[in-house]
Design a protein around this ligand. Structure first.
Ligand code: NAP
Length: 324
């Protein structure tokens, strides 16, 4: 086994997307009985992959490292203590490391239900686990609540829209382009608004005079102050994405007795991540909702995918590297 070669993306130095190389590496080895070796067929791309590659993230890997937290493929080997999957099973995983390579060792594999493709499976990890943590684990949203997903056209936002639909929670979404708005309608959004258009906040206020019970925010640096004025009494804003400082008028929180809380998938315990994963499998089995793939790349195009996820506006779904 140890003599086999595995092609993988490798980063030797933190920096721009050009730091990503594809190289022949040694075959990864299972180190404890709870792990499995997966032959990857797809690797999901998330903004966090670019923060890590740039060296601008709280927890950085030791160099050189292979990027990619989310993936899907076939189990090649299982550790003795693994119960939920066996060799030959199709699996997905999230919040691991090294998915942008032919093989990697995975701590928490989840079965990939029939009919769900590898690219769809590789889009579940960070986006759906973050959405699950924010919507159910932290907010505790339930049927009858009305939520706003401010930035619903990307990976986390579309996962929030679908998970809300699963639990009959009314979800309103925003996108920054015409395509994005059409995409949100296909996801089942009751009302959609264009966050690039002047006046969209006034329209939302007119349509939802009672405000939102929860707002899931992808761009708090732009929207936090606005969100505070859109809350229902005792409503809450969940900050999921933020890229710079912002100013708020905190008086708005007194008017509604509202609150703001942060979401950090990285704060999840192993048990929580396992719980999110099992529930996401149930969601896939109980609904026809699937991650929407915006674009697929080859392993050699991973650097381009890193550029695209940060620079492309008008997002509609997930970016994936296919590994065949
Ligand atoms: P993504 O796929 O690139 O999507 C970005 C989303 O933000 C798109 O829907 C985009 O809409 C929207 N957006 C852009 N400008 C906006 C604005 N002014 N107002 C509202 N929304 C706006 O990224 P993602 O994977 O969904 O991640 C979203 C954010 O959450 C990122 O900042 C990411 O780093 C963060 N995140 C945080 C956690 C956590 O644990 N806290 C976990 C995962 C991700 P258009 O493109 O249609 O304009």
């Amino acid at each position: 086994m140890s003599k086999r070669i595995c092609r993988a993306a490798v980063v030797h130095r933190f920096g721009g997307p050009e730091m990503i190389e594809v190289a022949d590496c040694g075959m990864p080895q299972i180190k404890n009985p709870n792990q499995v070796l997966v032959r990857n067929h797809a690797s999901g791309i998330n903004p966090v992959d670019t923060y890590i590659r740039a060296g601008q993230y709280a927890k950085l890997p030791t160099l050189p490292y292979s990027p990619g937290k989310d993936g899907a493929g076939i189990v090649e080997l299982v550790g003795d203590a693994v119960k939920n999957v066996k060799a030959g099973d199709r699996v997905w995983y999230g919040m691991e490391s090294g998915s942008a390579g032919e093989y990697n060792v995975v701590n928490r594999p989840f079965p990939l239900p029939d009919g769900v493709s590898y690219s769809e499976g590789a889009s579940l990890g960070v986006p759906y686990m973050t959405a699950y943590r924010a919507l159910f684990h932290l907010a505790g949203a339930k049927t009858g609540d009305v939520i706003l997903v401010h930035g619903a056209s990307g990976g986390v936002g579309s996962a929030l829209m679908q998970l809300a639909a699963w639990r009959n929670i009314e979800a309103v979404g925003t996108a920054g382009s015409k395509n994005g708005l059409q995409y949100l309608k296909r996801l089942g959004a009751k009302h959609v608004y264009n966050h690039s258009e002047t006046g969209y906040v006034a329209k939302m206020k007119a349509d939802y005079p009672g405000g939102f019970n929860y707002i899931f925010e992808m761009a708090a640096h732009t929207n936090l102050n606005t969100d505070l004025g859109l809350l229902a009494p005792r409503g809450k804003v969940a900050v999921i994405g933020n890229r710079s400082e912002t100013t708020i008028n905190a008086r708005q929180l007194m008017v509604t007795e509202g609150a703001v809380f942060g979401v950090a998938l990285g704060m999840s315990s192993e048990a929580e991540l396992s719980d999110f994963g099992h529930n996401i499998v149930n969601f896939l089995k109980e609904t026809e909702h699937r991650p929407i793939i915006n674009k697929e790349y080859s392993l050699e195009q991973l650097g381009q995918a890193h550029k695209d996820i940060m620079e492309n506006s008008g997002a509609k779904g997930n970016l994936v590297v296919k590994i065949d």
